[in-house]
Design a protein around this ligand. Structure first.
Ligand code: FAD
Length: 404
C-alpha cells in the first residue's frame, strides 16, 4: 500500500497517524501541517494554558523525535487542491503528493465577528496556539474585557479572566448560556456561578460595533443601545468547518464534508474525519457534525482500522468536558432532544448530574463535579442501558448496581 496523506495535523490527523502505526501500517504517512508548531492539543487553549505560565511545549502531543521514530512525515505546508483522477494532492508551495488514500482532517476555523472595527488588534479569538498565546500575554495588561458569546470557550475564558482580576462582561444572544449544548439546569447553574464570581452576563443582545479611540479598542456598542467599556475583546461565536478543499474537488458538502457510516466521502479513496466531517451516524440515525476530542480521535481510529484491513461502521459514543472556574462539567451522550430531565445530587453542594430522558429512555448525562456519574454514563449509554428517572433521582440507589 502506498502513501496515506492526511490533511490537517490537529486532534484527528495526529491520532490517525499514530493509530495507523499502532495497527502496523507499513506504508508512507504524510501529515500536512499548516500551523508552524508540532501538533498540539486544543482544549487547554481556553483552560489551563490561559491560566498558568506553562511553556508551549506543554501543549504538544509528542516531541519531534516521536514523529521521526514512528516515520510519520510532517509536511509544513497547506493543501490547495485535490486531483482525484491522478490521486494527487497539490500543496500551496507547488509540491504535489501522490496518495493511495487521502484523509481530510482540516477541522474548523473561527466564525469571525462581522461588525465595524472587528479587525482591530485587541479583538482576539481562541482557536489556535498563537491566538491563545496572544490572549495570555495581553490579559495582565488589561482591565476590562468583553467576551462575545457565552459558549464553552467564551465562558472558560471569562472565568479565567475574572480570576485574574479583570472586569468581565459576556454578551449572549440566546436567553441562557451554552444554550445549544446543555440543559437549562446546567445553564442556570453556570449562570449563577459566573455571576457570583462577578462576571456580568447580558442576554438577548449582540455587539453592533467595536468602539475605538485613537485606533485602540475602547468599548462595545450593544444592540439594545447600551455601551460597555473594554480594552480587550474575546470572541467565541462558533466555528465554520473547513470544507472548501473537498467542495472544490466536487465532493458533497453541506454543514460539513459528507461521509458515510465508515467515514468515506463519495470517493472511495478519500475519507473525512473530525470537526470537518458531517457523518451518517449509524447509532443515532442522522447526519451529525460534532466538535470534540472524542469525535476526532474515535473517527481517526475507525479510519486507521479500515485502512489496515478492519473496516467497520463508525460507532463512537459522544462525550465532552468543560472546565469553568472551579467547576468541571462532563457530558456523556446527547443532551439535546430530551423530554425529561432529572437531577441527581445537590446543586447547592456543587455536586450534581442531570439525567436526560427521551420517551423514558436515558440518552445523556451532564455532571458537575461528579465524575462517578460521568463514568457511569460513558459505560452504560453506549450499551443502550438505562436507569429509571426515580432511580436516577435517588442518591441511595447505587448506579454501580445498574452497571453490573
Ligand atoms: P483541528 O484540531 O482544528 O485541526 C485541524 C487542523 O487542520 C488545523 O491545524 C488546521 O490549521 C489544519 N488545516 C486546515 N486546512 C488545512 C489545509 N488546507 N492544509 C493543511 N492543514 C489544514 N473538545 C473537547 O472534547 N473538550 C474540550 O474541552 C474542548 N475544548 C476546546 C477548547 C478550545 C479553545 C478549542 C478551540 C476547541 C476545544 N475542543 C474541545 C474541540 C476540539 O479541540 C476539536 O473538536 C478538535 O480539535 C477537532 O480536531 P480536528 O483534528 O478535527 O480539527
Amino acid at each position: 500500500t502506498g502513501p496515506v496523506v492526511i490533511v490537517g495535523a490537529g486532534h484527528a490527523g495526529f491520532q490517525l497517524a499514530v493509530s495507523l502505526r499502532q495497527a502496523k501500517f507499513a506504508g508512507q504517512i504524510l501529515l500536512i501541517n499548516d500551523e508552524k508548531h508540532l501538533p498540539y492539543q486544543r482544549p487547554p487553549l481556553s483552560k489551563a494554558y490561559l491560566k498558568g505560565d506553562g511553556a508551549p511545549d506543554s501543549l504538544m502531543f509528542r516531541p519531534q523525535k516521536f514523529f521521526e521514530d514512528q516515520n510519520i512525515e510532517l509536511v509544513y505546508d497547506s493543501a490547495k487542491a485535490i486531483d482525484r483522477k491522478a490521486k494527487k494532492l497539490k500543496l500551496v508551495s507547488g509540491k504535489e503528493l501522490d496518495y493511495w488514500h487521502l484523509v481530510i482532517a482540516t477541522g474548523a476555523r473561527n466564525r469571525l465577528l462581522d461588525v465595524p472595527n472587528a479587525s482591530l488588534d485587541d479583538v482576539l479569538y481562541l482557536r489556535t496556539m498563537d491566538e491563545s498565546e496572544q490572549v495570555r500575554q495581553r490579559m495582565p495588561e488589561r482591565k476590562r474585557v468583553v467576551v462575545i458569546g457565552a459558549g464553552f470557550i467564551g465562558l472558560e475564558f471569562a472565568a479565567t479572566a475574572r480570576s485574574k482580576g479583570l472586569e468581565v462582561d459576556v454578551l449572549e444572544l440566546a436567553p441562557r448560556v451554552m444554550a445549544r449544548a446543555v440543559t437549562p439546569e446546567i445553564s442556570s447553574y453556570f449562570h449563577d456561578r459566573h455571576t457570583a464570581a462577578g462576571i456580568r452576563i447580558h442576554y438577548g443582545v449582540r455587539a453592533t460595533e467595536i468602539e475605538a479611540t485613537d485606533g485602540k479598542v475602547s468599548g462595545v456598542a450593544l444592540s439594545d443601545g447600551r455601551h460597555l467599556p473594554a480594552d480587550l475583546i474575546v470572541v467565541g461565536v462558533g466555528v465554520l468547518p473547513n470544507v472548501e478543499l473537498a467542495a472544490e474537488a466536487d465532493l458533497p458538502v453541506a454543514a460539513g464534508i459528507i461521509v458515510n457510516e465508515q467515514l468515506l466521502t463519495s470517493d472511495p479513496d478519500i475519507s473525512a474525519i473530525g470537526d470537518c466531517s458531517l457523518f451518517a451516524s449509524h447509532r443515532f440515525g442522522e447526519l451529525m457534525r460534532l466538535e470534540s476530542v472524542q469525535n476526532a480521535t474515535d473517527q481517526a481510529r475507525c479510519v486507521a482500522a479500515r485502512l489496515t484491513g478492519d473496516a467497520k461502521t463508525y460507532d463512537g459514543y459522544p462525550w465532552f468536558w468543560s472546565d469553568q472556574g472551579d467547576d468541571k462539567l462532563q457530558i456523556a451522550g446527547l443532551t439535546t432532544g430530551f423530554d425529561q430531565v432529572v437531577v441527581r445530587g445537590d446543586v447547592a453542594q456543587r455536586s450534581f448530574s442531570t439525567f436526560c430522558y427521551k420517551n423514558g429512555k436515558l440518552i445523556g448525562i451532564e455532571s458537575v463535579n461528579r465524575a462517578g456519574d460521568h463514568v457511569f454514563g460513558r459505560k452504560i449509554l453506549p450499551l443502550g442501558g438505562s436507569v429509571t428517572p426515580e432511580q436516577a433521582a435517588d442518591l441511595s440507589f447505587d448506579l454501580k448496581k445498574a452497571m453490573a
